[in-house]
Design a protein around this ligand. Structure first.
Ligand SMILES: NC(=O)C1=CN([C@@H]2O[C@H](COP(=O)(O)OP(=O)(O)OC[C@H]3O[C@@H](n4cnc5c(N)ncnc54)[C@H](OP(=O)(O)O)[C@@H]3O)[C@@H](O)[C@H]2O)C=CC1
Ligand SMILES: Cc1cn([C@H]2C[C@H](O)[C@@H](COP(=O)(O)OP(=O)(O)O[C@H]3O[C@@H](C)C(=O)[C@@H](O)[C@H]3O)O2)c(=O)[nH]c1=O
Ligand SMILES: [Mg+2]
Length: 302
């Protein structure tokens, strides 16, 4: 199986590349300048010239606050660009997996969101990702939209790395405790994506395997609880730690509003694709351990 991935240095793209060999698959990463999601003509040209069995779009404009100032660019990359990837998949007669987000929901629901709950994004990033979902659905039936959330990994930018950096500088960090979601390891997500890819290729005409699914780490937390767990594990391994001061969202003003409760119900994915990702604390431990060993290596060699 040859998987074509849109995205090169991103968390999910790099995780797919790292996990490929353990699934016996080949992964090719495509990105700028060859494939620019903001330039739709480059998308089909780049995907066609490499070729593959399935496309995973892990490329996106992910700067949630900055998107409020660059709505046209965010919508071009996450909306039109995602549609161009799906149209290319349709032209190549192969399936496409589009990665989407919990931020398509407003977070007002009391319970975890199901796939058919009404999206109502609070900010430009979420709105642009919702446009992407709609563009993929319009371009091809042979798609899976995977909504995930709160991704962390040893790669790229993420909350775990931010917290470890801040803990090296401060004793106490104020973190919002009234936004609840499900931290998701990009490496676990990569494993789940590859299982879904396999099912799509094994049963090319089965509509039940297609459509929208929720895939996050098992369990939930507030950002403050997530931060506390990061420091607990870091401290245990001799890494940096800080006190977490739980605060309300109102005390941490940001350009973009974020959902208060964006847990995603994964039962459709579990029932149909038999994929359940590990508990987030277990995977966090691996990630923190790896980040600390990479950091101490860098310090020794610099
Ligand atoms: N991060 C998170 O917490 C969550 C992310 N998601 C979704 O998961 C997917 C992967 O996210 P993640 O890996 O964390 O994102 P990252 O921000 O780590 O990576 C984004 C990737 O998109 C690429 N990219 C950005 N703009 C363009 C463009 N114009 N043309 C081509 N490639 C582009 C980047 O390329 P380059 O390397 O060149 O910068 C990078 O490889 C995205 O769809 C995101 O919306 C969903 C839920 C949570
Ligand atoms: C750094 C920091 C953040 N916060 C708050 C701000 C925000 O409400 C919350 C998370 O901050 P971040 O900006 O890291 O997270 P954010 O960029 O909102 O993360 C989102 O990214 C996109 C791409 C997604 O798709 C989402 O699933 C989600 O992962 O924590 C604090 O309270 N204290 C802090 O010191
Ligand atoms: Mg509901």
């Amino acid at each position: 199986m040859r998987i074509l991935v849109v995205g090169r240095e991103g968390q999910v793209a790099r995780s797919l590349a790292e996990r490929a060999s353990s699934h016996g698959v080949s992964v090719t990463l495509l990105g700028r300048p060859d494939l620019d999601l903001a330039a739709p003509a480059s998308v089909i040209a780049a995907l066609r010239s490499v070729g593959g069995d399935v496309i995973v779009n892990a490329g996106a404009y992910t700067a949630v606050d900055q998107a409020e100032r660059e709505p046209e660019l965010a919508k071009a990359i996450n909306g039109t660009g995602a549609g161009a990837v799906a149209a290319a998949a349709a032209a190549m007669a192969i399936p496409v997996i589009q990665i989407s987000t919990d931020y398509v929901f407003d977070g007002a629901a009391p319970e975890p969101y199901r796939e058919d709950d009404q999206p109502a994004p609070l900010g430009i990033y979420g709105a642009s990702k919702l446009l992407g979902e709609q563009a993929v659905i319009a371009a091809t039936d042979n798609h899976v939209i995977l909504r995930t959330a709160w991704i962390y990994s040893p790669f790229g930018k993420n909350f775990v790395k931010t917290m470890l950096r801040l803990a090296r500088e401060r004793d106490e960090i104020a973190v919002v405790s009234d936004q609840i979601g499900s931290p998701t390891s990009a490496l676990d997500l990569a494993d789940g994506i590859m299982m879904v890819c396999r099912h799509l290729l094994d049963r090319p005409d089965d509509p039940a395997l297609r459509g929208t699914f929720h895939m996050t780490g098992t369990g939930s937390a507030s950002w403050a609880e997530f931060a506390a767990a990061i420091f607990e594990q870091s401290a245990r391994l001799g890494g940096p730690s800080a006190r977490v001061r739980p605060i309300e969202t109102a005390a941490y003003p940001t350009p973009a509003r974020r959902p208060a409760q964006s847990q995603l119900d994964g039962s459709r994915l579990a029932a149909i694709h038999k994929v359940v990702l590990p508990p987030w604390r277990t995977s966090l431990e691996n990630c923190v351990g790896r980040l600390l060993s990479e950091h101490s290596y860098q310090e020794r060699s610099s």
